[in-house]
Design a protein around this ligand. Structure first.
Ligand code: GKR
Ligand code: MG
Length: 429
């Protein structure tokens, strides 16, 4: 068996995205993703997926070159490559990147997101070569299916007039009735039994009313509200008080560990985050200050599946809950999330996934939710297969783009409808 990497293919694509609203603005009609393929000397191909904006591509290209000749099982070596790229880039730019992978700078997070795409591709290739599923390479699954929550968004019926976009059949959701209707569709189509609402879009009273409406329509279902840090400490505490009886947790009500610590000290409602704990370096302060009770991992920016396991172990040690965050993603990432989630002993909350919002994919067969759960595949590798025609089609869309869609920019997408829109400074309320 020759597991040396002989070829790496990087395919940036643009995938359809509905007009979902958030604190930044609105999702663009198409969002960039990067599909990574790692080929071994024996002709085995592993696939991975990560963010596809130019700044990620600029790191992924030298990364791919440096991977040639290395073993797909050398997963620790991926971090060495990332360090080398950091050094190379600092030489070119003349700036010294003192942090490498150790600091908390944005550049580190970019590099880790790139590492994650390659790590997943290497694990897929290794699993296929050994005839083992990815979860077995990670120590083995502890559950046969992973539970996900419905990810509800305030949403327009369509992208702004005149903007080229794919049509979706979700309809609008801009008030409590619309949110409940959307939740019903999620439940009917995928069987989800817990709901997360992306907030920070309307004044807090309106979002409180929407969560109340959900609680009435779906009694006993776990509910979460995530305004992405749009509220002051005072507003966060007010919302926690008003919704304390129905919330499973409040996600990033306020921005940053000090503000979250203040909120946490004033409420019994558990706080979750994918914003103030996003790197290992940020864990200590947040845990020492009891700022968060649940950390939402995202294998993309945490640097892969094994780092997600390390994070889960740290959370377990400190009695902090763990679950998973998501951003716009396709089936390769959902498969990766499902494999790693199946190996985490302390997964007490349903994971987030944007997948139902993505009508397009690069797989021959989409992953499915049954009773809100994705079955953990026992097939070799991730258990997914690339549809090359679809990949070509979505790559062609990326090649043809001259409208700035290659960089995700929710504020710019909002300005098409509201020319004076600027992303509000936080706290907004
Ligand atoms: O897709 O609009 C979105 C979300 O707001 C995403 O960007 C966040 O990263 O889903 C995320 C979250 O939980 O904060
Ligand atoms: Mg969040």
């Amino acid at each position: 068996m020759n597991l040396a990497v002989t070829d790496v293919r990087l395919t940036p694509i643009l995938i359809a995205d509905p007009p979902l609203l958030n604190t930044q603005g609105v999702h663009q009609p198409y969002t960039p993703r990067l599909i990574v393929e790692v080929v071994t000397a024996d002709g085995i191909t592993g696939v991975g997926e990560t963010y596809g904006d130019t700044r990620y591509l600029e790191l992924a290209r030298p990364f791919a070159e440096k991977l040639i000749g290395r073993q797909v099982g050398d997963l620790n070596g991926l971090f060495t490559i990332a360090e080398e790229i950091a050094v190379d880039r600092s030489r070119v730019s003349g700036q010294v990147d003192v942090g490498g992978l150790r600091g908390v700078q944005t550049a580190d997070k970019l590099r880790l997101s790139v590492v994650s795409g390659f790590e997943v591709a290497c694990l897929d290739a290794l699993g296929k070569a050994l005839g083992q599923p990815v979860h077995a390479l990670l120590g083995g699954k502890m559950r046969d299916a992973v539970e996900y929550s419905a990810y509800l968004f305030y949403k327009w019926a369509d992208h702004p007039a005149g903007v080229a976009a794919e049509k979706d059949d979700w309809g609008a959701a801009v008030d409590p009735a619309g949110v409940v209707e959307q939740a019903r569709k999620f439940k009917e189509r995928y069987g989800f039994t817990s709901f997360k609402l992306k907030g920070g879009v309307f004044p807090p009273e309106e979002e409180i009313a929407a969560v109340r409406a959900l609680a009435e329509a779906f009694p006993g279902h776990p509910l979460r509200l995530d305004p992405n840090g749009a509220w002051s400490v005072e507003t966060s505490l007010k919302v926690a008080k008003e919704l304390g009886d129905v919330l499973e947790y409040l996600e990033d009500p306020a921005l940053g560990t000090p503000a979250m610590a203040e909120v946490s000290a004033g409420t019994d409602v558990p706080l979750a985050t994918n914003m103030c704990v996003t790197t290992f370096a940020e864990i200590k302060e947040a845990f020492v200050r009891d700022a968060v009770q649940v950390v939402l991992s995202d294998h993309h920016y945490w640097g892969g599946l094994r780092n997600t396991q390390h994070l889960a172990a740290i959370c377990r040690t400190f009695g902090v809950g763990v679950s998973m965050h998501s951003n716009t993603h396709l089936g390769i990432s959902l498969a990766a999330m499902t494999h790693v989630a199946s190996t985490v002993p302390n997964l007490q909350h349903a994971c987030d996934s944007h997948y139902p919002w993505q009508s397009e994919d690069v797989l021959t067969e989409r992953l499915t939710f049954d009773g809100g759960k994705v079955t953990v595949s026992d097939a070799p590798g991730l258990g997914v297969e690339l549809d090359r025609d679809r990949l070509r089609f979505l790559h062609r869309r990326w090649l043809d783009d001259d409208g700035g869609l290659r960089e995700r920019d929710d504020a710019a997408a909002m300005r098409v409808a509201e020319p004076r829109w600027v992303t509000p400074s936080v706290p907004r309320w």
